[in-house]
Design a protein. Structure first.
Length: 612
């Protein structure tokens, strides 16, 4: 029910202001008024409305002094009116003929009345069932509208949330894209690369190569070139007998046997030459001292002569000369004794000391070389460790950045796949929405689209003309509208003819009912029975009485069945085992596959419990 139906009903009843009324849906908001409005729209027709002429006659009759007849007065007046309308007396044969005819008509009308009553009862039951279904549908519609509104609101909220999330994701992707795609020539600090993978490593590699070259040259210079000069510190005369041509090999291996034999031979030669060399050295030093003393003495005498302090007494000079000569002879004698006896012994004793000194110098040189190599090796190792640390740190930084890049790639790949799936679903929906029946045309078409199967079938249904005519190449909407208008006009004409024919039949039925009533009054007037005798056949009454009894028994049986069903529902509600058993029986008759699946699941649960 809606306000539109009420408005149409008012138009059919002839209400003058029906067209000016607005929407009347608000009236149906009150549930107490809805049944009356349904009865009004479905039962009241134009026949229940008095015409203006009838209203004028009724008002004139009500205003007259005679007044309006009601009740028994009206019945008496109708009887007198019928009596006055009777014609002259007719013969008995005509009356019998008329009675027979009326009897046949009466039987026909009774059968018609019985059929009409049955139809009325069937229509009443159908109407009741339809009204009941409609009431149920109203409740169902009201119940469905609430979740529909909630679903619609939830859909709008989800759509808004999805749009906001998509915008955020687009912003994040743009930021990520800006991080990974920077200009080739950065203009400021903000536009410089943020990842190691975006930085050029040419300068770093060049510096590392330069560092490797310098480290190599430093190693050669410190370990292979000028070792003797760097460790001898300008005192090479102490180590001239050593071979330093292959210092690194001697330092690591200790020299070969030939070098060792050569060194032993050199040491023996030094031991053999040492006494004579030492004696010659001492003689040379003694001669040098004596000569230097003679020179000093001559200088002293010369200075004395120059100052005039030297004695001129020859005797005294001779005496002094003799004393000096005697003392010199003593010194020479003592010196010869030392040179012949003590000095060789001392020289032999100092030979071992000289060998120890030579060996000590050799070992000190080796220790100095070893200290030099160890110190420079520590420096070199420190530089190599620093070099390796730089490379390992750079490799580790690249590895961490690669892992983060892989995580970002996985996230972006997942988002891309999800967006692709959503896009595919959206394309499928758009393809479905491209159906001509669902989308309005951008411009008015004159011909029907060949893909529009619904409109084509509708055209064929409305095309009631003969099929012998030529088949049209294109079906036009104008021809569809013409066929629809023609069909509508045929419907209007048929309804008009049906109404005229129905009016005639109703008028004929009314006349026949009046004649039947007149015949009944003529036949049963003054009857000794109370009122009009029963005209229905006794068998029909008996059948109806039996039918009423059976209906009562059926009603009682239905009530008992309903009570039994309620009792069984209560038992099933209290006993879940019986409810499960009932479901299994239902599946046994309606869905054996489902029953087999449930039994398999229960068997698996039982096996699992047994295993535990």
């Amino acid at each position: 029910m809606s306000g539109t139906l009420l408005k149409e009903t008012l138009k059919q009843l002839g209400y003058p202001k029906a067209d000016s009324l607005d929407s009347l849906d608000w009236i149906f908001g009150n549930e107490t008024v809805v049944p009356f409005l349904e009865w009004f729209c479905n039962s009241i027709t134009s026949e229940n409305v008095l015409s203006p002429k009838d209203m004028e006659e009724y008002n004139t009759l009500a205003e007259s002094k005679d007044g309006v007849l009601e009740g028994s007065q009206l019945e008496t007046a109708l009887t007198n009116l019928q009596a006055t309308e009777e014609e002259e007396p007719v013969s008995e044969e005509e009356i019998k003929k008329e009675v027979d005819m009326l009897t046949s008509h009466c039987q026909t009308y009774r059968r018609r009345k019985h059929n009409l009553i049955q139809r009325r009862n069937m229509l009443s039951l159908h109407h009741t069932s339809r009204v009941h279904s409609l009431n149920k549908l109203d409740k169902v519609e009201a119940n469905v509208k609430r979740p529909y509104k909630k679903s619609l609101e939830q859909c709008h909220a989800d759509n808004a949330e999805l749009n906001s999330r998509m915008e955020k994701m687009v912003e994040l992707v743009e930021e990520c894209n800006s991080l990974y795609h920077l200009p080739l020539k950065p203009l400021d600090e903000a536009s410089r690369p943020l990842f190691l993978s975006q930085l050029p490593l040419t300068q770093y590699i060049d510096k590392e190569d330069a560092f490797a070259t310098e480290l190599t040259s430093y190693t050669k210079r410190q370990f292979f070139e000028g070792i003797a000069e760097m460790t001898g510190q300008g005192q090479s005369s102490q180590y001239e007998f050593l071979d330093v041509s292959n210092v690194d090999r001697d330092l690591l291996t200790g020299g070969s046997e030939e070098d060792h034999a050569q060194q032993c031979q050199q040491l023996a030669s030094i031991q053999a030459r040492y006494p004579k060399a030492k004696t010659d050295l001492l003689n040379a030093k003694l001669t040098c001292r004596s000569r230097r003393r003679a020179v000093d003495t001559g200088e002293d005498v010369l200075q004395s002569l120059q100052r005039g302090e030297f004695s001129r007494d020859i005797t005294k000079i001779r005496r002094s000369y003799e004393d000096v000569r005697n003392s010199l002879l003593v010194v020479d004698r003592d010196l010869d004794g030392i040179m012949q006896q003590d000095l060789p012994t001392l020289i032999k004793q100092s030979t071992a000391t000289q060998v120890s000194k030579i060996l000590t110098g050799d070992y000190n040189l080796k220790l100095a070389r070893q200290d030099y190599f160890i110190t420079n090796q520590d420096k070199l190792i420190q530089q190599l460790i620093s070099w390796r640390s730089r490379n390992e740190f750079l490799t580790m930084a690249f590895g961490v950045e690669i892992r983060h890049h892989q995580d970002v790639y996985r996230l972006l790949s997942t988002a891309h796949q999800q967006l692709q799936s959503h896009l595919k679903l959206w394309q499928e929906r758009m393809k479905m929405m491209e159906d001509p029946l669902l989308t309005p045309a951008k411009y008015q078409r004159g011909t029907i689209d060949s893909r529009d199967a619904f409109t084509t079938r509708l055209y064929k249904i409305l095309d009631t003309e003969e099929s012998d005519k030529e088949q049209q190449l294109f079906l036009t909407y104008s021809a569809l509208v013409e066929n629809a208008e023609k069909l509508y006009q045929d419907n209007v004409d048929a309804r008009t003819a049906a109404e005229v024919e129905s009016g005639k039949k109703e008028k004929s039925i009314i006349d026949r009912e009046k004649n039947l009533q007149s015949c009944e009054r003529s036949l049963y007037s003054g009857s000794s029975t109370c009122g009009v005798p029963v005209l229905t056949h006794q068998e029909i009454l008996t059948a109806f009485s039996k039918l009423d009894g059976q209906i009562k028994k059926l009603s009682q049986a239905i009530k008992e069945i309903c009570t039994d069903i309620d009792h069984k529902k209560q038992v099933l509600k209290n006993d879940r085992t019986l409810m499960k058993e009932r479901k299994l029986f239902v599946y046994f008759f309606s869905d054996p596959q489902r029953l087999r699946q449930i039994l398999e699941e229960k068997a698996e649960e039982l096996r699992a419990q047994q295993v535990q």
